[in-house]
Design a protein around this ligand. Structure first.
Ligand code: BJ8
Length: 425
């Protein structure tokens, strides 16, 4: 473990704004304690994940800092379409850079219109303010052509760091999958140049298995939430998924499986974190980057239990595995492209697979009501809400749409709406 002095020295070495970062650190523990640590009857093995969050700008960045000093390369990513498998196979580390904190929003607004989603403003703000060690440590940022806000944000971000943008097809025909495979090949060439390593069928096969293992651990964790009473809160389960974007992969797998052992024991004892009759809620929509626990906290402090997230910080991140059977590079890259193109982001037209997923998850997780969450100014998820609502209403599944940002200003108003929704279930 690095000492506080060593960590502070690292922050200075990587060019962070120490004064501004101290302001960030001063605001963070309060949110963390109030929202996460104050929960009753938390699984003991959540301690590992709480510690990762508590030291998120310290211990993990320090490991990456040491990794870089030995010549290692780091890629910062903003979307679950970036195939970690190829970067990991080349010996690089990937780390999520999406901002989930209100603290960074003003920094983002200094270069972006206010009517941009909080995730983009926060992501840019963390870089512009120089208050995220992950942004500072990355050798390259990888963006993608998903929503318009992100596409334009990359043009600004590329002024600060080498940036590669993956052209994500907007449809899911066979030719689109092949086109995405070609995009992955482009990424391979760039990453080979940066890392100085060569992609082989052997190193790619190892990393496909490793990243599938991470998904399998998350699948196991989330399947425990199908139990009633639910053995882990939505906030904790979401935190584990958020940590997956930063942590060392093997250590994350091991700790998630240890947590699952505890949760499965809880299920056997019929022990839960909420009463068995608490309304069970599925949250769907825009992703919730660390430390965005706002909606989960409002639901759970109103007596509901969030049992599933159909979002990129939820099932979309881990549901589909890469086929492990191809043994040559062409077959492996096509298998990776096929897997990623199954992710149902609202940037696709058509995106009926997302509605099918929600309906399936409502059954699997015995959901009483769906909260459709869109970050304010996220046109993709706000517009798609119309079709989600119609499909759920057709099936008699209670539905509520809400739009919000990272600010606590609307929390009271949202809580009233959420309470009314829960009472209706
Ligand atoms: S695959 S959801 S991670 S794009 S919330 S920035 S869409 S305006 S984050 Fe996303 Fe990839 Fe899709 Fe997932 Fe734009 Fe909407 Fe903001 Fe969003």
């Amino acid at each position: 473990m690095a000492t506080y002095q060593e960590i502070r020295q690292m922050w200075a070495d990587i060019g962070m704004d120490l004064e501004k970062h101290d302001e960030f650190l001063n605001s963070f523990p309060m949110v963390f304690k109030e929202i996460l640590l104050s929960q009753q009857n938390r699984p003991q093995k959540m301690n590992y994940f709480s510690n990762v969050v508590k030291t998120v700008h310290g211990q993990r960045p320090y490991e990456l800092y040491e990794f870089k000093q030995k010549g290692g390369k780091i890629f910062g990513t903003y979307c679950v379409y970036v195939p970690d498998e190829v970067l990991c196979a080349l010996g690089a580390v990937t780390t999520g850079l999406c901002g989930g904190d209100e603290f960074w929003v003003p920094g983002g607004e200094s270069v972006l219109p206010r009517n941009t989603c909080a995730l983009i403003k926060s992501s840019l703000g963390s870089r512009l303010d120089r208050t995220s060690p992950f942004c500072q440590l990355a050798d390259m940022y990888i963006g993608e052509t998903t929503c318009d806000g992100k596409k334009k944000a990359w043009e600004i971000l590329s002024q600060y760091k080498p940036m590669h943008i993956m052209d994500l097809p907007q449809m899911k025909r066979d030719q689109d999958v092949r086109r995405f495979a070609a995009e992955i090949w482009d990424l391979v060439k760039i990453a080979e140049d940066i890392t100085g390593n060569k992609l082989t069928a052997e190193n790619l096969s190892r990393s496909i298995r490793l990243i599938n293992d991470k998904r399998r651990a998350l699948q196991r964790l989330h399947s425990t939430r199908q139990a009633s009473p639910v053995p882990i809160s939505g906030k904790d389960a979401l935190t584990v998924t958020q940590v997956a974007f930063y942590d060392d992969i093997q250590r994350f797998i091991d700790n998630t499986n240890v947590l699952c052992d505890e949760l499965e024991e809880r299920i056997a004892r019929h022990e839960g974190v909420a009463p068995a009759d608490a309304p069970r809620i599925l949250v769907t929509g825009s992703p919730m980057a660390l430390p965005n626990w706002k909606v989960h906290h409002l639901v759970e402090s109103s007596g509901g239990a969030v049992v599933c997230e159909e979002m990129c910080t939820g099932t979309r991140y881990f549901e589909n595995l890469v086929d492990e059977t191809p043994t040559d590079l062409d077959g492996q890259i096509l298998a990776i492209a096929s897997r990623y193109m199954k992710t149902n982001c609202a940037c696709f037209t058509t995106n009926s697979g997302r509605v099918d997923d929600i309906i399936r998850l409502v059954q699997d997780y015995r959901v009483d009501g769906v909260i459709d969450y869109a970050l304010q100014f996220c046109g993709l998820y706000s517009i798609e809400s119309h079709l989600v609502k119609a499909a759920l209403q057709d099936r008699g599944i209670p539905f509520m749409h809400l739009e919000t940002d990272y600010s606590p200003a609307d929390s009271e108003q949202l809580q009233v709406r959420i309470q009314a929704f829960l009472e209706m279930l």
